[in-house]
Design a protein around this ligand. Structure first.
Ligand SMILES: [Fe+2]
Length: 278
């Protein structure tokens, strides 16, 4: 009898690795640990000043460049490289970057605080952090999203590594991150109820992605292929900043009301360079 391959296979971490470190103050050394694959993730509780949260939320909802995804209860401002060519991503970025910066550059900006703190720590390790580039054009500095979707998941299970293999983005420097770790950075500025971060202990392999027809998107993994894997469900509150290894399948579970986040992806592309993109 020929056995069907398991629908989802890949790397599973040791149980003691599979946890998020939790702190009440920002510590960029822990973020570098995530970048170097030494820990799964870290969450800094309540580190975004209340006034900065409020101003970020106000500017996001007021932005003329805020978009609503058709057929999906999600609002967003910014561009994303997922499932398109480098040229399209950078052209879309150029159209919205001024409006994105308007939201990021609030007094006591969490985006700025995170990056300058991380840059100082990386400098001690002879490395820099910068926005990814391609032929003189820059990636988007952040994507601001609000979910208010009911159902099992506000954001379906997915991972952030597959999208970095898209042949339409060959030569884009973000693909260098595949030799290192792809890390997701999220800053929660608005939250009502629910919307936990879910992470499953599986880094899917290419064969699994192909079987599921999501080789270059990593979106989405059906819930029934994930039931055999350990999972973390982390409550997220306004003011939290969290960073985790995006190669593990993750999601946002049922959310009531608006859950708004500033986010970007980042990773080392060589020993001395961390780039960020969306
Ligand atoms: Fe993600």
């Amino acid at each position: 009898m020929v056995r069907e391959p398991r629908p989802l296979a890949g790397f599973q971490a040791d149980p003691d690795f599979f946890r998020l470190e939790e702190r009440s103050a920002f510590d960029p050394g822990l973020v570098v640990d995530v970048l170097r694959g030494k820990r799964l993730g870290v969450i800094f509780r309540g580190v975004i000043p209340a006034a900065a949260q409020k101003e970020s939320v106000a500017r996001f909802w007021a932005s003329p460049a805020r978009r609503h995804r058709e057929g999906e209860p999600s609002h967003y401002l910014g561009s994303y490289h997922w499932n398109k060519s480098t040229e399209t991503y950078l052209a879309e970025t150029a159209q919205v970057v001024a409006e994105v910066r308007e939201v990021l550059e609030v007094p006591n900006s969490p985006w700025q605080s995170f990056r300058s703190g991380l840059a100082a720590e990386l400098a001690r390790q002879d490395a820099v952090i910068r926005i990814a580039e391609h032929e003189g054009a820059q990636a988007c500095p952040a994507l601001i999203r609000a979910w208010d979707k009911e159902g099992a998941f506000a954001l379906e299970p997915h991972e952030d590594a597959a999208q970095c293999t898209d042949p339409r983005q060959a030569g884009f420097e973000v693909q260098g991150v595949l030799d290192h770790e792809v890390c997701a950075v999220n800053m929660c500025v608005e939250h009502e109820e629910g919307g936990r971060l879910v992470i499953w202990n599986i880094r899917p392999d290419d064969a699994s992605r192909r079987r599921l027809g999501i080789e270059h998107t990593g979106f989405s993994y059906p819930a029934d292929v994930l039931v055999d894997f350990d999972e973390l469900r982390i409550d997220i509150q306004r003011g939290d900043v969290y960073v985790f290894n995006g190669s593990y399948v993750h999601a946002v579970d049922t959310s009531t009301g608006n859950r708004s986040n500033l986010s970007f992806l980042m990773g080392f592309i060589d020993e001395h360079t961390v780039v960020t993109w969306t």
